[in-house]
Write a protein that binds this ligand. Structure first.
Ligand SMILES: Nc1ncnc2c1ncn2[C@@H]1O[C@H](COP(=O)(O)OP(=O)(O)OP(=O)(O)O)[C@@H](O)[C@H]1O
Ligand SMILES: O=P(O)(O)OC[C@H]1O[C@](O)(CO)[C@@H](O)[C@@H]1O
Ligand SMILES: [Mg+2]
Length: 494
């Protein structure tokens, strides 16, 4: 127990068992506060839940991170299973909860807010829930919004977040002062990797001040770049909505001689939306993502492929993730060191850039008159309400967070690991990013569906595979590992 984590000050709770079993546990209020009273879970008396056999999660239930094993494999890392416990560490009448949303928008934010509020009210009888207006800085710079089941009743049908969001402005001491001054004892933090780094330091400050406050993170990222969990909410909706843009690009392209449709999709560092939207559509001839370097000119390059495809088929569709080809852009544009308020690098518009490069290449050659249409649906995709599947998923996430906080767990994020909702320590999701592994089967499926060049030579692949752990892949049931491959430079042939 209590290994220190070199990446931060947070103490990790690691329990080791037989045959290589490891539980990477989440903190509990009783780790630093003694003699806390407990109460029977009010769900025991709730007519909806009390009839469900084994509704409560056994305190010893844990979820395996790796489910593909061999006869001699160690049992490996496990996480605590999420869900309601027989005992809770808060008297519902004393709970004062707050919810904050930070970072970029994502379909499903309002559903998570709604279900935290309704979960607290209807499952536990908690009636004090505040929305923090406008992200982290709202703790000390803005007003709060009172959230009740009536206020949130219809919000899942709307895009965005009713309590607003922001980047930057994370001042830990001021945020925790505000939590303390307002008497808040449940903090629900919905946001991406940056937000959860912020949540980790808020938890640490709360622990150091010895406050009875549970901090629960709900991972949000349309890019699906959060590791460990099966997928992030809003991703399914984004892939579905992207089909509309790809379809339009295809209709435009196939209606005209040598038509090219270019669609830009989100994905700053991870190309999951582009990859899944491409695989789902079947109309895409080339998918470009940040993890797979490509080049334009020369043998095996994009221009050669476009020419070939137009000659074969008369039209083509290219999907490009916003973070793809940034190395090529920085070669041709002045240096780009601008950042947003949270310190994220601001990207140049790769869709516009590649469209211009394709037009000028074929314009110069004068042997192929192309017709290119560029569609950028990125913010339209991000701003819509979540689809049915994401709505159900958001409900489960929100309820897991509420059950965890009521049970006294803190300093955790919740999410499905191999289909089972789990409580995961912050460090697991803040130290790495989920990326498409281009030496894995899913990317091979994509290459075989589009027939695009891999832009690699086999030597690069062999070299990388030799010194890497075998990567895993989302649809195969496990999340991807961070890959050196994603950043490896492929020599430009231009
Ligand atoms: N290392 C960090 N420590 C404390 N706070 C952080 C850290 N990184 C980011 N934050 C804060 O978290 C909030 C959100 O961060 P950011 O804008 O990077 O979005 P995100 O949560 O990563 O979501 P997304 O990338 O999906 O939009 C900001 O208010 C930012 O100040
Ligand atoms: O324009 P904004 O709000 O900074 O957000 C853009 C970024 O947010 C994300 O959607 C992540 O939330 C990225 O894909 C994108 O680069
Ligand atoms: Mg981020």
């Amino acid at each position: 127990m209590g290994d220190s984590n070199p990446a931060g000050n947070v103490q990790m709770k690691v329990v080791k068992g037989d045959f290589g079993y490891v539980l990477e546990d989440v903190p509990h209020l009783s780790d630093y506060l003694s003699d806390l009273p407990t109460y029977p879970n009010p769900l025991r008396f709730n007519p909806a839940y009390s009839v469900v056999k084994q509704y409560f999660v056994n305190v010893d239930d844990t979820v395996a991170q790796k489910i593909v094993v061999h006869t001699d494999s160690p049992r490996g890392t496990h996480f605590r299973r999420a869900g309601p416990r027989q005992k809770v560490y808060f008297n519902p009448a004393e709970v004062h909860a707050c919810i904050v949303t930070c970072g970029g928008l994502c379909p499903g934010l309002n559903t998570v807010i709604r279900e935290i509020v309704c979960g607290l009210y209807h499952m536990y009888g908690v009636s004090k829930v505040l929305g923090i207006d406008g992200g982290y800085k709202g703790f000390y710079a803005r007003n709060t919004v009172t959230l009740t089941p009536k206020v949130v009743n219809d919000i899942h049908k709307r895009g965005g977040t009713i309590i607003g969001t922001s980047r930057g402005g994370h001042d830990t001491a001021k945020i925790v002062d505000s939590i303390q001054d307002r008497g808040i004892n449940h903090v629900y933090i919905i946001g991406g990797d940056g937000t959860q780094k912020g949540a980790a330091v808020i938890y640490e400050e709360i622990r150091q001040r010895g406050l009875k406050v549970s901090v629960a993170g709900i991972p949000k990222t349309i890019d699906n770049d959060i590791p460990v969990i099966d997928r992030s909410f809003g991703f399914d909706t984004a892939v579905e909505e992207a089909q509309r843009a790809i379809n339009s690009a295809h209709v435009e392209a196939e209606s005209i001689e040598n038509g090219i449709g270019v669609v830009k999709l989100m994905g700053r560092y991870s190309g999951f939306i582009a990859m899944y939207a491409t695989l789902a559509s079947r109309d895409v001839d080339c998918c470009l993502i940040p993890e797979s370097p490509f080049y334009l000119e020369g043998k095996g390059g994009l221009f050669e492929y476009i020419e070939k495809r137009l000659k074969e088929n008369g039209h083509m569709v290219i999907v490009i993730a916003e973070g793809a080809g940034q190395d090529l852009l920085s070669e041709s544009l002045q240096s780009m060191n601008q950042q947003d308020a949270s310190g994220n690098k601001l990207l140049k518009d790769v869709g516009l850039w590649i469209s211009e490069r394709i037009k000028s290449h074929f314009g110069r050659q004068q042997k192929l008159a192309i017709n290119l249409k560029y569609i950028d649906p990125t913010y339209m995709i991000r701003a819509i309400p979540s689809n049915a599947a994401d709505n159900v998923y958001c409900t489960l996430l929100a309820q897991s967070a509420v059950h965890g906080a009521m049970a006294g767990y803190t300093g955790f994020i919740c999410g499905p690991v191999n289909g089972r909702h789990s409580y995961i320590p912050f460090n697991h999701i803040t130290e790495k990013q989920n990326k498409v592994v281009i030496t894995d089967r899913m990317w091979a499926r994509l290459l075989s569906s589009t027939n695009q060049p891999s832009f690699l030579n086999p030597k690069d692949v062999t070299e990388i595979q030799e010194d890497e752990d075998p990567p895993t892949q989302m649809l195969d049931g496990e999340n991807c590992k961070d890959s050196k491959f994603a950043t490896k430079d492929i020599p430009s042939m231009s």
